[in-house]
Design a protein around this ligand. Structure first.
Ligand code: MN
Length: 130
């Protein structure tokens, strides 16, 4: 069974848009609205990829990425930051926190799926089939 993509995002509009785009391309989507819930879900679901909003209530995405990387089972899981932050240095901060890549909001529906696929191709863990 294919593992889900885990979406950690608190904005209703983005949740709907990303879920729609991912499910339209055949992925299963699990969702959490905050960091601690997302970390707990990641530990049990072992998602094939994590889409991580950086601007989350309470625990921010950088802290979530670091926590995910502390779990050996998630050490190679692709984590893609999704953020509306336009500040220079955000990409570097995301990568330093353990993210593999970075997608900027607003989401471009024409390129988003390609970006996700690109990150799914790399890790062997995602190629396993039951
Ligand atoms: Mn947010």
């Amino acid at each position: 069974m294919n593992q889900p993509i885990l979406l950690i995002e608190d904005n209703e509009h983005n949740i709907c848009l990303l879920r729609y785009l991912l499910e339209a391309h055949g992925w299963r989507v699990a969702h959490a609205s905050d960091g601690p819930t997302g970390i707990a879900l990641a530990g049990t679901l072992r998602p094939c990829l994590v889409l991580l909003d950086i601007q989350l209530p309470g625990m921010d995405g950088y802290a979530v990425a670091r926590a995910l990387r502390h779990d050996p089972a998630l050490a190679t899981t692709p984590i893609v930051a999704v953020t509306s932050f336009a500040l220079a240095g955000d990409r570097e901060r995301s990568l330093a926190a353990g993210c593999n890549g970075y997608i900027e909001k607003p989401i471009d529906p024409d390129t988003f799926v390609t970006e996700v696929q690109r990150h799914l191709e790399a890790p062997p863990a995602c190629m396993e089939s039951a």
